[in-house]
Design a protein around this ligand. Structure first.
Ligand SMILES: C[S@@+](CC[C@H](N)C(=O)[O-])C[C@H]1O[C@@H](n2cnc3c(N)ncnc32)[C@H](O)[C@@H]1O
Length: 290
């Protein structure tokens, strides 16, 4: 379902050992958690948080594993409610899983040669969807999110054509959206290393799930609940997330609250990228609470 990214490195930096308690803020399919549970035998515990109900319902609680269907921006509240004390390590493996792209049928993937999907993109199942954003948000707002969340080269042109198209018919599927983007982006930019729809799809997903704000809200809570010497490990998949983590670590280190253990982000080996191409943009940062 999902190959955990940078697994060896996560274990090295998170340093789980018998009796330790850790939080996996992005449980997904439990790839990281499973290995952490092995290392914390016989009595260490994991609290796994997963906001996607459909994924959450695929798993059962285990003796040493508590699962919570929630957003990690409620971290402090969750820890209190489940009385999960003495937290030795916290992991974030941000973004979505391979299952979201390949099987959720929620429009995360722009690979429309395989199939077209409804433009949903919600992880929580809340009301806001990519379809609503595309068909109802003002042009200026579309331009803003394409720029801010997608770092898109042609935000104005794409937003303008979306607004023209939606007057004729609602934009409901990934195929429609990819066709619009392919029509607008100049041909010479279409055959670069990444697909010309990558940035718009990223921007919509971030906007639908308010991903950057949730991360900004969660990191200070993680720092607060960690024990002294506890480890905070974050894997990000694009520069916007990585910047938030880097700046948060830097500020907390300046204030004497954290020691940064990764001067530069850790990236996957060529061997891992060969086995799991989706790990190619992963960056891991780790800090220790002082
Ligand atoms: C990259 S996957 C994690 C994969 C997991 N480490 C594994 O090995 O199976 C990220 C997961 O985190 C969930 N997620 C993303 N943002 C979240 C948030 N703010 N709160 C809780 N879960 C979140 C997604 O639904 C997704 O299942």
């Amino acid at each position: 379902m999902h190959k955990p990214a940078l697994l060896k490195e996560v274990l090295e930096y998170l340093n789980p050992s018998p009796g330790k308690n850790l939080i996996d803020c992005t449980f997904g399919f439990g790839g990281h958690t499973l290995e952490i549970l092995k290392k914390t035998k016989p009595d260490g515990k994991v609290l796994g948080i997963e906001q996607d109900k459909e994924i959450f319902e695929k798993f059962d609680h285990k003796k040493r594993l508590t699962l919570v269907n929630d957003n990690f921006n409620n971290l402090k509240q969750i820890v209190k409610e489940y009385e999960f004390n003495r937290v030795d390590g916290i992991l974030y493996d941000l973004g979505v899983s391979s299952w979201h792209f390949d099987q959720s049928n929620r429009g995360f993937s722009f690979q429309v040669s395989k199939r077209s999907e409804p433009l949903n993109m919600s992880l929580s199942g809340d009301d806001l969807t990519a379809e609503e954003i595309l068909n109802q948000w003002p042009e200026q707002e579309l331009i803003r999110i394409f720029k801010e969340y997608g770092e898109e080269k042609f935000p104005g042109r794409i937003a303008r054509v979306i607004c023209e198209e939606r007057k004729k018919h609602q934009i409901k599927t990934t195929k429609q959206l990819v066709e619009i983007i392919s029509r607008v982006v100049p041909k010479k930019y279409q055959y670069k290393r990444i697909h010309c729809a990558t940035h718009i799809f990223q921007a919509l997903r971030i906007a639908v799930n308010d991903e950057l704000n949730k991360l900004k809200e969660s990191l200070p809570q993680a720092l607060e609940i960690l024990e002294k010497n506890g480890r905070l490990v974050v894997i990000s998949f694009h520069s916007l997330e990585d910047r938030i983590v880097k700046n948060f670590f830097r500020e907390a280190a300046k204030e004497g609250k954290l020691e940064i253990l990764t001067k530069k982000p850790i990236i996957p080996s060529l061997e891992e990228i060969k086995l799991n191409s989706r790990s190619r943009s992963a960056k891991l940062r780790c800090a220790k609470k002082i």
